[in-house]
Design a protein around this ligand. Sequence first.
Ligand code: SF4
Ligand code: SF4
Length: 128
Amino acid sequence: MTYMITSQCIECHRCESLCPTGAITRNEHQYQINSERCNDCVGHYAVPQCWAACPTNGGCVPNLATLPHSLAEKPSSDYWDNWFYTYEHLVSRLNANQPSAYWQRWFDTYSQALTKQLQTPTSVGANV
Ligand code: SF4
Ligand code: SF4
């Protein structure tokens, strides 16, 4: 699923600069979201930034037309068609969720501190 900008948009310009994928642009009439570039902010933020930052009640909303067909449309009667579609969708979402530089640094620092702590002799042994 991606997000879309509606006629409720008041052109506050917030979402354009917040979008991590460059999916939001403005044509001569209004802001729009390129559904090919929007990835729901996966891998960048926990919540979609355009939706979270929009000061209106409905200027930026989920685009239901881009929901997986198993959710947006009448489910297929074929069980395995639905199963494979959902599986492929989830795998593509997981592949898009790359670790950020922030979390990579966090894990590096944490593992170094843990290694140092494990290599330090305990004070109990030193006093005996
Ligand atoms: S959900 Fe995220 S990636 Fe998609 S348009 Fe909004 S800010 Fe950009
Ligand atoms: S944050 Fe909302 S009101 Fe502001 S430009 Fe984006 S869609 Fe429009």
